[in-house]
Design a protein around this ligand. Sequence first.
Ligand SMILES: Cc1cc2nc3c(=O)[nH]c(=O)nc-3n(C[C@H](O)[C@H](O)[C@H](O)COP(=O)(O)O)c2cc1C
Length: 207
Amino acid sequence: MATKIAIIYYSATGTTYQLAKSVEEGAKNAGAEVKLRKVKELAPQEAIDSNKDWAAHKIETQNIKEATLDDLEWADAVILGTPTRYGLPSAQLKQFLDSTGPLWGEGKLANKIGSAFTSAATKHGGQESTILAINNVFYHWGSIIVAPGYTEGSQFESGNPYGASFTSNNGELDPDDIAKTAARLQGKRVAKITAQFLVGKEQHQEA
Ligand SMILES: Cc1cc2nc3c(=O)[nH]c(=O)nc-3n(C[C@H](O)[C@H](O)[C@H](O)COP(=O)(O)O)c2cc1C
């Protein structure tokens, strides 16, 4: 049976969305069943309209389904993506995470694989701190965090073992091949480790 991966992301101007698509590609190529879901937009329409890239991206992704708690419950692995906001995850993603209390209370978020990716305007603008902040949520859920590490040679080019990331110069640059390779690797690695984990889990339960 295919491993079930939920890729849940927020993106205002599309950079994180492009990374999410590459994560999806990597996971699917590794045999996973993937749900790619955006979180609900919280910003007022006037704020969105004040930035043409933001407004265009909202329309571009209008057919992508919004993440629900059912998606989380369904998933064997959850991969979260967000732009860096002052070194932290976006409020939109955080709001979704804050809605998971009931599921968490029922123990339904425990023992899932977790992984995170991000984009930021500048190289030292908080890509690692954003991923690490998301990982705090995974600890509370009782997740098994799977980071890309330096598990393939390409990771020495992307240079971020915490999770895929891209420096967008405030959305002026689209993710390049190096960043897309890192994002595909993250999706693939999560799919493979999740498959191994599920086999081990089944064998252990049978024993
Ligand atoms: C309110 C706000 C805060 C931001 N904070 C940071 C930051 O701390 N560091 C950084 O490098 N970029 C920061 N950025 C820039 C975005 O993280 C960056 O443009 C990102 O690539 C946007 O991703 P998106 O296209 O998926 O929305 C900020 C942007 C906004 C609007």
